[in-house]
Design a binder for this molecule. Structure first.
Ligand code: ZN
Length: 178
């Protein structure tokens, strides 16, 4: 039985905590957290989630790009659970694109991120994996990875003029779908 966890909202100190590494991915609480985090993500139209968003200050995140009501143009991938993730290298090129956050409902912002990034993480079965991520998926990773350091996408926006409501955002991507 998995649980749909409550998502902390902007202003909750839980979102500003520094997440701790997970020592043993085979611990029961870790496997329970994986299942609950996945359930919470899938039921909330998110494309990613990090454990600090459900007030659990440990280094776990899920990247799960797929088209949905909040991101109609997102590429499809199978949801990937990443434990103790770290960045290895990244492109020099930086791209600005729209982001939202389950912890910041109703707001979208233009956020600069590395276009591609090489990462390493521990999978739920305990194996260490490396991936090269590009584009929207690289963006999701960088967004979720920031949550592990207590950072929100709002901290990365270059100007308050780069902030819009979700309604305005949907209008823009419908008119100009790239
Ligand atoms: Zn977020």
């Amino acid at each position: 039985m998995t649980e749909n966890l409550q998502i902390s909202q902007l202003g909750d100190p839980a979102l500003r905590q520094i997440a701790q590494p997970i020592d043993n991915v085979h611990d029961e609480w870790v496997q329970t957290l994986i299942n609950n985090l996945m359930t919470t993500l899938l039921s909330s139209n998110g494309v990613g989630i990090a454990a600090p968003q459900v007030a659990v200050p440990y280094q776990m995140l899920i990247v799960a790009s797929r088209p949905n009501l909040r991101y109609p143009n997102a590429p499809t991938m199978s949801p990937t659970v990443m434990i103790n993730p770290r960045s290895l290298t990244h492109s020099q090129e930086i791209v600005k694109d729209w982001e939202g956050c389950l912890s910041v409902p109703g707001i979208r912002g233009l956020v600069p991120r590395y276009k591609s990034i090489a990462i390493e993480y521990t999978a739920p079965d305990g194996t260490v994996r490396q991936h090269q991520l590009t584009g929207f998926v690289a963006r999701i990773f960088q967004h979720e990875f920031d949550h592990l350091s207590g950072l929100m996408f709002l901290d990365r926006v270059e100007s308050t003029q780069d902030l819009v409501t979700e309604q305005e955002y949907l209008k823009r991507i419908t008119i100009n779908p790239d």
